[in-house]
Design a protein around this ligand. Structure first.
Ligand code: ATP
Ligand code: MG
Length: 399
């Protein structure tokens, strides 16, 4: 009788021909996540995965699996031969019946040729338990669910189904460039796309000395919160001061936010292409601020053909905060350091910008060379499980 962990796939089981690709990626992600347990073995099948963990602590491993996207649910299970008598005897041996008052047997047959029906197995196992213990059968609200899964090769006995992180394995959907501000929204946006199988790199715009090194520390802290879901996170830190100063100098005050955002998008467009990202991701939410009205979004979006995914487009702030708490970014996000978007914030940013006026404003200064400077001077930081302490202590070059 062997202990193992049975892993059920999430939505990916509907993926037809791509299934193999999904399963391989999930297997790879689980191996990376559990890389410190060198003796772990994974056997992948069409509809589930079996993870043998030999001498390691099962609870520790179960805990780690909770954050792997692409897993629907998982269970600690006993693997036994599919000989009926062995199944029954194993159940009698492994359960401490003194801990429970009621039970239900739930049999599933992956092996439809098995010589007993599921119902016959349920009844026969239950009869033995009723005979040898004081437990009662209950169809609902039972203390102990005994699950028996009879497959062609083996049978598996398990008691609890732990809900997985669901979604798709990170990486199967391609790569996104996440615009990561220190606010509440963008860290949540990054989490939501990762859950759909998108791996991410982050880009942050900093304007030293108007924004401080502390503000960038916050970005690193936020990026760390993604490590449960991915083995590494790259942050591209863009020095944006000169661009902001020139916008402030040349552009009509009420258009400065619109143009600032267009410059950000232009940099993201170029960087995303350099880094082989398929999409740009940000924390914009319809109507949250002047730059996020539909009219503003259209004018800002006009500088790029890249798909921009806004996972929070239709979320209310309270819903976003709930998610931020769930992924533990909220407390970091509310630390009070200024973002580059707020330092020269005009009192009345336009909510209905006109493209011809935007273009006229942009023609007043040589933004192309400023964009080129921003792109050349990007500082790149890679955070992994291993180097995280070190990275937090290294001062950024651009402040
Ligand atoms: P958040 O939206 O994350 O709470 P915020 O509200 O300060 O931060 P907004 O002004 O709503 O930011 O900006 C909308 C989106 O633009 C952010 O969610 C983020 O994706 C992106 N963004 C804003 N500022 C920056 C920045 N300094 N660096 C990178 N991306 C940024
Ligand atoms: Mg916001």
């Amino acid at each position: 009788m062997e202990d193992l962990i049975l892993i059920r796939y999430g939505e990916l089981s509907t993926k037809g021909k791509n299934r193999k690709f999904f399963i391989n990626r999930l297997e790879g992600n689980i191996k990376k996540k559990l890389s410190k347990y060198s003796e772990i073995k994974i056997r992948s099948q069409r509809d589930r995965m079996y993870l043998s963990f030999s001498e390691y602590d099962a609870n520790e491993i179960l805990q780690q699996l909770k954050d792997v996207f692409g897993i629907q649910s998982f269970s600690l299970a006993k693997k036994v031969s599919n000989d009926y008598q062995e199944i029954e005897n194993s159940i009698m041996k492994i359960i401490d019946f003194s801990k429970y008052e009621s039970f239900k047997v739930i049999t599933k047959r992956g092996n439809k040729n098995y010589f007993m029906t599921s119902d016959e197995v349920n009844r026969q196992v239950a009869t033995r338990i009723l005979k040898e213990t004081n437990l009662k059968v209950k169809m609902k609200d039972y203390d102990l669910g005994i699950n028996i899964d009879i497959r062609y090769d083996y049978a598996y006995i398990f008691f609890e189904k732990i809900t997985g992180a669901q979604g798709y394995p990170v990486g199967v959907s391609g790569k996104g460039l996440l615009m990561l501000s220190g606010g509440i929204d963008s860290p949540v946006a990054g989490y939501l796309v990762m859950k759909r199988g998108v791996s991410i790199e982050a880009v942050h715009f900093a304007s030293p000395p108007y924004t401080s090194a502390k503000a960038f520390d916050k970005i690193k802290q936020l990026a760390l919160k993604y490590l449960p879901y991915t083995d590494q996170i790259v942050i591209h830190n863009v020095k944006f001061t000169q661009m902001q100063l020139e916008i402030n100098k040349y552009v009509d005050e009420n258009y400065s936010m619109t143009i600032l955002r267009r410059m950000m998008y232009r940099i993201c467009d170029a960087l995303a292409k350099q880094r082989a990202c398929d999409i740009i991701v940000n924390g914009e939410s319809i109507a949250q601020v002047a730059s996020q009205t539909l009219k503003s979004m259209a004018v800002i979006n006009e500088v790029t053909n890249m798909p921009i995914i806004r996972p929070l487009a239709c979320y209310d702030k309270l819903e976003i905060i709930e998610l931020a708490n769930k992924i533990d970014t909220y407390q970091t996000s509310i630390l009070p350091y200024e973002d580059c978007c707020t330092i020269f914030l005009p009192p009345n940013p336009i909510i209905n910008p006109h493209l011809d006026r935007v273009l006229e404003n942009e023609s007043r200064f040589d933004y192309q060379s400023l964009l080129a400077d921003c792109l050349i001077n990007i500082e790149r930081i890679v955070i992994t499980e291993k180097n995280q302490e070190e990275v937090l202590n290294i001062a950024s070059d651009i402040f």
